[in-house]
Design a protein around this ligand. Structure first.
Ligand code: 5RP
Length: 222
């Protein structure tokens, strides 16, 4: 099976975690796009979604799924999102699509995080994928030096030769050279640095369930 087919498989499998009658939290990325397409087949059974990015909002609306502002609704039963890395404890690195801050907000509003990913995302220790960090632009170089002091190399993410601007009007640093063995402490510490909007380690909001697309089918890790 191709990676695209594995993504479609887990996107479809995630439907069984959607609670009929309840608004669903929706993440961002190519795997989530498959989930959104699958969700459209049961759109009459959910009031709508809270979305973690402008890109997902557009796709949801294009398929006739209502999008609520996070402030319009209370706790969500479930949040479905992809990951760039996931370890055996459900800790993740996310933000490859630059949506990490809003993803963490919607995840925090949800009772259960269901991660959907293909098996290439499984790691022993977080840090293989460049860690995305959303930063306020004026703090960029100081934060680059702080990562340097811990052995990381942080680079501003570019789009068309210019710093990429997130849905929140901020920039993204991608940090290589880290091995994140204590995700909870790492997330707490980096998040406290002035100018860090959020860090792509999802430890506080870790996955309760991971649906992993493999050549043998969907494996459920919980
Ligand atoms: C976006 C994310 C995505 O969930 C993550 O990058 C995985 O994306 P994909 O499903 O395209 O591999 O965190 O900010």
């Amino acid at each position: 099976m191709t990676q695209d087919e594995l993504k479609a498989l887990v996107g479809q499998a995630a439907l069984k975690y959607v609670v009929p009658g309840e608004v669903v939290g929706v993440g961002t990325g190519s795997t989530v796009n498959k989930f959104i397409d699958a969700l459209a087949t049961m759109k009459d059974r959910v009031p709508g979604a809270v979305s973690s990015s402008n890109a997902s909002t557009e796709r949801l609306r294009a398929l006739g799924i209502r999008v609520f502002d996070a402030n319009e609704v209370g706790e969500l039963a479930v949040y479905i999102d992809g990951a760039d890395e996931i370890d055996g404890r459900g800790y993740m690195v996310k933000g490859g699509g630059a949506a990490l801050t809003r993803e963490k907000i919607v995840a925090a509003q949800s009772r259960r995080f269901v991660c959907i990913a293909d098996e290439s995302k499984r790691v022993e220790v977080l840090g293989r994928f460049p860690l995305p960090v959303e930063v306020v632009p004026m703090a960029t170089q100081r934060i680059v030096r702080q990562f340097q002091a811990m052995g990381g190399v942080a680079k501003v993410r570019l789009k068309d030769g210019q710093p990429l601007v997130t849905d929140n009007g901020q920039h993204i640093l991608d940090v290589t050279g880290l091995q994140i063995r204590e995700p909870l402490a790492f997330e707490r510490d980096v998040k406290a640095w002035p100018g860090v909007v959020d860090v792509g380690v999802f430890a506080q909001q870790k996955a309760a369930v991971c649906l992993l697309g493999t050549s043998r089918g969907v494996e459920t890790l919980d």
